[in-house]
Design a binder for this molecule. Sequence first.
Ligand code: INI
Length: 199
Amino acid sequence: MAVFEGTFTQTDGLRFAIVIGRFNDLVTNKLLEGCQDCLKRHGIDVNPQGTQVDYAWVPGSFEVPLVARQLALSGRYDAVICLGAVIRGQTPHFDYVSAEVSKGIAAAGFQTGVPVVFGVLTTDTMQQALERAGIKSNLGWEYAMSALEMASLMRQVKGLGIADEFGNSAPPLPGASLKSASPELAPGTEHNISEHSNS
Ligand code: INI
C-alpha cells in the first residue's frame, strides 16, 4: 500500500490564490505579510505580476467564501488561502460572520476539490488578533504552510484517479505505474508516494 504526504520542496509549478478581507485590515495585512514571507521562503514568486500567486480583496470575511469558491472553480490554483479577522464586538454580529465564513470556506473546498485554507482569525479582542498576526507569532505563516502541504498532497492523491459508480477504478494505462499514472503529478514528486509491501 502507500503513504501519501505533502512536501514543501517542489514548489516550482504551484499556483495559489489568496483572498483577503479588508475588514480589520490592520490584522489581515499582517496575516498576508506572514503568508507571503512563508511562500517566498519556499521558492514561490509572490509578485502579483508573476505566475504563481493571485490576490483578491473582498470587503469582509463574510464575502471570502464566495470569491474563494469561484477562484477554486477556475482550475487555475493548487490551493486557495483565505485570510480574515473576525473580532467579537458588543453585538451578535460576530457569531453570524464567523459561522458563515467557516462553513463557507469548508464548503468551497468540498465542492471544488481544491484545498481552501481557513486562515480567518476569530478572537474576542483586537489585542488577541494582533498577537496572532505578528506580535507574538504570525499565523499567516502557518496558513501558507498548510496551503503548500495540501497542494503537494492533492497532486499526489489526484493521481489515483476516480472510481466509477460501481467503485471500480479506471484501469491503469498500459505500462503505467502509480508513479507515472497521472499527468497532474509534478515532475520529481514521484518519490513522495512510498509503496510498501503488504506481506
Ligand atoms: N467582517 C470581518 O471580516 N470581521 C469582523 O469582525 C466583522 N464584524 O465584526 O462586523 C466583519 N463584518 C463585515 C462582514 O464580513 C461583511 O463584509 C458585511 O456584513 C457585508 O456583507
